[in-house]
Each structure stands twice: as C-alpha cells, then as structure tokens.
Design a protein around this ligand. Structure first.
Ligand SMILES: C[S@@+](CC[C@H](N)C(=O)[O-])C[C@H]1O[C@@H](n2cnc3c(N)ncnc32)[C@H](O)[C@@H]1O
Length: 269
C-alpha cells in the first residue's frame, strides 16, 4: 500500500540534494521577482516593521527583503539543509541581522519560544518588546506545501498568534483555474477522484506530487473559496488577491522558476 504524503515526506524532499541546489541557486541568482517586490512594497510600507518570513528555504526572498531595506527580519524553515544555505548566504552578503531559526509552521512556538530559538540579538529584543510581529510572509507557495487542510489552517493560526492585530500577511498559491489547460486537467482529476483512481499517496483533491529538476514536490492547489474560508477560520481578514500576471510581467528566468501563481494579502484580525 502506498503511504499518504506526510509532513515528513515533504521535509525529506526539501532536504534532498536536487531541491537544495535548486533553491540555493535561486537565492544566489534570482532574488525577488518584480511582482513580489511590488506586493511586498504595497502591503509592508514600513521598512522598519518587525517581519516574520515562514518557509524561507535557502533565503531567496529573505535576502531580497533585506536588500529592499527591511532590516528587522526573522525567518524560519523546517528543512535544515535549506536553512543552512540561507544562513550562509546572509553571512556572505553581510545581512547578519536576520534572525534565522528552525521551526515547523504547524508547530510554531509562541513569541517567547521564538525569541529563544532566534537567540540573543536585536530581532529577539524587538520581538520581546513588541510582543508580536508587525507582519508575516509565506512566499512562493510554501503554505500549500503543507499536506492536509487542517495542518495548513494550523499554520495560519500559528502565524496569526505570532502577529499583532493589524499585521499584514502575504503569501502565494498556485491557482487551480489559472488556465484553460489547468481547468481541463483538473476536470479529469475530479473524475479520477470520483472513481477512486487518484494517486493513492494524495491526501485531498487539489493535491499534486511530481518530480522535476527540483526533485520531488508536493503541492496543494486550492480554489479561491477554500483560501477565503481558511483565512476567515484562522484569524485573518482577506484584503486582496490577484494573479501574478495581473501584477507584473516577469522575466523568462522567473517564469522558468515558477508557474503562474496567485498573491494573497490579509490582515491579522
Ligand atoms: C517552494 S519553497 C520556497 C522557498 C523560498 N521561500 C523561496 O521562495 O525560494 C517552500 C519552502 O517552505 C518550506 N516549508 C514547507 N512546509 C513547511 C513547514 N511546515 N514549516 C516550515 N517550512 C516549511 C520548505 O522547506 C521550503 O523551503
């Protein structure tokens, strides 16, 4: 019998050499996409805000945020190999002020716990003083790489608990309905689920598990209603969502790195 994809599967896949090389290369060479810079600049207007980045991987977005002028940053990931790469890139770029720590978004500790994990320094001091983050990000679909809707909701709840009321959250998802081809493929997949013929490792309709140059990838592709419900259930107020192509025209390198996706912004209620 095939085992269901679990958080351990996802973590092991991200710690594999192919994934580490893929995300490390992107952190060194690609940086933030134009659309990411625009959305981040719009929803985090205060460069001095204390921000928490979930699923930082090898630091592609983290270092991009630092370069945009956000200087009060904490960033975590549950894949140790990627986190090591992020720490080393930050040290090479002189971004020593970033508070990296190892954590699972579905079991994120409270602020005191996070201060302990971040270790002594200005980020932990600022967090202790403020009692919560002024904003959070879970970029490049990391939230959707958590298998199981209840686990994704738990991650959203934990991020809400880590943030102060009014704090913005920005994240992305792949859209199940982004193109006619996708819509047709998902209609076929729906028939497979009706007949019980789907990949037995999948947890829910909308899940995908595939292999490419980045290694094995688990991804849940939600529809819009699902995300709106999840935000409302977990302490977030929906503010905005838009497809990447509606925000900016991306370079070929960015389009090769990531398919079309949807940006979401919400506010901690
Ligand atoms: C697609 S990668 C994006 C990495 C990086 N943010 C970037 O844009 O290059 C998603 C990241 O989310 C992390 N991730 C997935 N589930 C997680 C969880 N439950 N807790 C913490 N990190 C998680 C993965 O380890 C991976 O680094």
């Amino acid at each position: 019998m095939s085992r269901k994809i679990s958080p351990e599967t996802v973590k092991a896949d991200f710690n594999e050499v192919a994934a580490v090389l893929h995300y490390t290369r992107a952190a060194h060479e690609l940086g933030l996409w134009k659309s990411e810079r625009l959305v981040v600049g719009r929803f985090f207007p205060d460069r001095g805000a204390l921000l928490l980045e979930a699923g930082c991987g090898a630091g592609r977005a983290t270092l991009g945020l630092w370069e945009m002028g956000y200087r009060s940053l904490a960033a975590f990931d549950f894949a140790e190999e990627l986190l090591d790469q992020a720490r080393s890139l930050a040290a090479n770029r002189g971004a020593d002020g970033i508070g990296f720590f190892h954590a699972d978004a579905t079991a994120l500790p409270d602020c005191a716990g996070m201060c302990g994990l971040i270790g002594p320094g200005p980020v932990a001091d600022a967090l202790r003083l403020a009692g919560g983050f002024g904003g959070a990000l879970f970029l490049f679909n990391g939230l959707m790489q958590i298998p199981g809707r209840e686990r994704r909701r738990e991650a959203l709840r934990r991020l809400a608990a880590a943030c102060r009321p009014g704090a913005p959250l920005v994240f992305t998802t792949h859209d199940r309905n982004a193109s006619r081809t996708e819509q047709a493929l998902w209609r076929l997949e729906a028939v497979r689920w009706e007949k019980g013929l789907q990949d037995p490792r999948l947890n829910e309709f909308g899940d995908r598990y595939f292999e490419d140059e980045a290694g094995r990838t688990f991804m849940h592709l939600p529809d819009r209603t699902e995300i709106l419900d999840d935000l409302a259930e977990t302490g977030w107020r929906h503010d905005y969502d838009a497809l990447r192509r509606q925000i900016a025209a991306e370079t070929r390198a960015v389009r090769d790195f990531s398919d079309e996706c949807r940006f979401w912004a919400a506010t901690r209620a």
